[in-house]
Ligand binder design. Sequence first.
Ligand code: SF4
Length: 405
Amino acid sequence: MKVGIIDADLIGRKKHRFPNLVSEKISAYWKEKGAEVELKLDYEDLDVYDHVYISKVFTDTPFPKNIVESDRIHMGGTGFYFDKAPNLPDEIEHHMPDYHLYDAWIDSEVEKARKNHDDNEEAEYQKLINNPEYDEKGKLIVYEKKDFDEVNCRSQFKEYTDYSIGFVTRGCFRKCPFCVNQKYDRVFRHSPIDEFYDPDRKKVCLLDDNVLGCPEWKSILTELINLKKPFKFKQGMDERLLTDEKCEMLFGANYDGDYTFAFDNISDYDLIHKKLQLIRKYTSATNIKFYVLVGFESTDAIDIENMWKRVALLMEYRCLPYIMRYQNKNDTPWKMSKYKGIYITMARWCNQPSFLKKMSFREYCLANQKRHKTEGTLCAAMRALTLFETEHPEIAKKYFDLKFK
Ligand code: SF4
């Protein structure tokens, strides 16, 4: 039996760096049955396989139109079915993932990077041989080739190599209209941690949608803490459900990377404000990030102002806003907005904490202008700022000079 596995996001998205969990589970399931399993990196020659499984998470990942489902070709994931993605059969869903599915691909990517590095170093070396340069003492400058940093190169694949990955819960009761998670109306325990936990892996990554909404949240956090390994909830947590007890456990845990929450609705402003005060009672950490959804209800000045209100509140509590521009499988509304430039510039400024922490929005735009090459014209960031400020000076006055303290 020959089984081909295709992670469509890996093929279609240049900088994609996260394993497809379904692909890993299907691989393990078939390997256990003795099948020859291959991670395919293209869509060629699919007819040599007895089964081909194609998974796609993102709706905008490109996919060849001529490939259709059949008895042999199986397609799944939110990228194909959005909120109607069918469940996997239990024997696959609850199978330990094959954490080595991507190993050969990672090795080949590292080899490609090594070759690129070596070629570039050789080119620099030859440049100096052909055009010798001398230092101030008249001594010939010899180019010293640098060694390839394999450890650093491999670190970009850490999500594939370092983590046990899984869902301890499924479902969410909120039914936010912009979310693919519409199948259930509650959060429920889905898998024991043992089902996907590999003790040889350094860390644990949970993909749960709303773990804090699960009645068993406390035993789940306790189990995770008892593993004594750094863990993270990658999809973000529901800060509206934070309590003293939850904060104490969460912020006292060996957490991996940023704590991620979401501030999607301006109507939650007062509640989120209270929860920010609660968070700050338990931690002064600066690795607290909030997704800020924009361009969903509208893409006009009201939406821009609502974005700013949320960003300003988060900055006041030293939390990092991350601008998420809404798109669905058919539309990207913010791209049609008159204020498209503001959405882009805000995302560039907010989503890179090094900019957000150092400069105000106006300073960021001015810094872009300084680097702008065409004299007498405005760079894209300054054009966006100027357009908005001219039309809505009161909003600009309130927010454009805010600094992260
Ligand atoms: S709270 Fe989060 S997971 Fe639940 S429906 Fe809203 S966006 Fe989706």
